[in-house]
Write a protein that binds this ligand. Sequence first.
Ligand code: BGC
Length: 348
Amino acid sequence: MKAITVEPKKPGSARYEDFPEPDVREGSVLVEAVAVGVCGTDVEIVEGKYGWAPPGKTRLVLGHESLGRVIDPGPSSSFKAGDLVVGIVRRPDPVPCPNCAVGEWDMCTNGQYTERGIKEIHGFMSERWRIEPEYAIKVDASLGLLGVLLEPMTVITKAIEQVFLAGQRAYWEPRTVLVTGAGPIGLLAALRLSARNLQVHVLDRAETGPKPQLVRDLGATYHTGSVLDLDFAPDIVVECTGVGAVIADSIQKVNSGGIICLTGVGAGGAAERATADIAAAVVLKNNVIVGSVNANKRHWYKAGQNLAASDPAWLSRLITRREKPENFQQALVRQPDDIKVVIQFSDI
Ligand code: BGC
């Protein structure tokens, strides 16, 4: 079969190449790939900045935002041939740490977790892949290609859960939310938060393209420019850019008692404001800054419900480009109006 593979930490090593059929030890359910979403993490892996091959191997099959069709459900699953499934990304560490021991692999504390397509286990950018039945999530057939949005939806389902859990520490009536960054994660955050009794604002650099209207169609307000210029102090910030200046501005701008959830992974940047000044603002306003990564089965289950309950016409506007596997290099290069680019392996 063919797969998109990379030698982690080696820039420019990604290839679409012949690759052995998936090993039965990777799971008893055999799946035909339908599509795989491309995200910033994939770009980082291809640029040689992140990622780990399986032990003893040099190459890693890329891809963690999956959608596939069951070919063979195997002897021990409740799936049927033809079911649409998505694979959970992370596996608990083998020690296990207390969090992995109770199924909270997203909160792994010793860092020995593994992740499909990212850390030591092959991903889903291959014509066929295998998965353990307990790590495959069936998606509503009516979702079709939109099932590929399940993984990003799990990330935001966890992040929003974290915000409201943190909010329990005191009496709290949040009214306004700011989402920074209108990529797939930011837009899915806006979608989910606008389903609550909150005024949702989204800030992004883009002045044209599909993002402003997608936000307005949620009944939310779209902004460009600086967070500091907004005429309100948000009770919740869901930070989806990973850009240092946007993070520092958000901490400065957030309301008293407000909660900032960081979901973006950035790097570097100038130290625009002194750490102690940022900390002082957080102290004096009783703010919470909560980082959120990955998702456990509870979030996958809820995200599946959330996705199936969302307007499919709105969701489909998030998938702005489909590329063939042989053109994966084009899929990795961001174009101005891109939101979610998917690599499509087979028809749906
Ligand atoms: C994935 C997460 C993963 C994280 C860190 C993200 O792109 O969506 O599942 O935990 O990268 O590797």
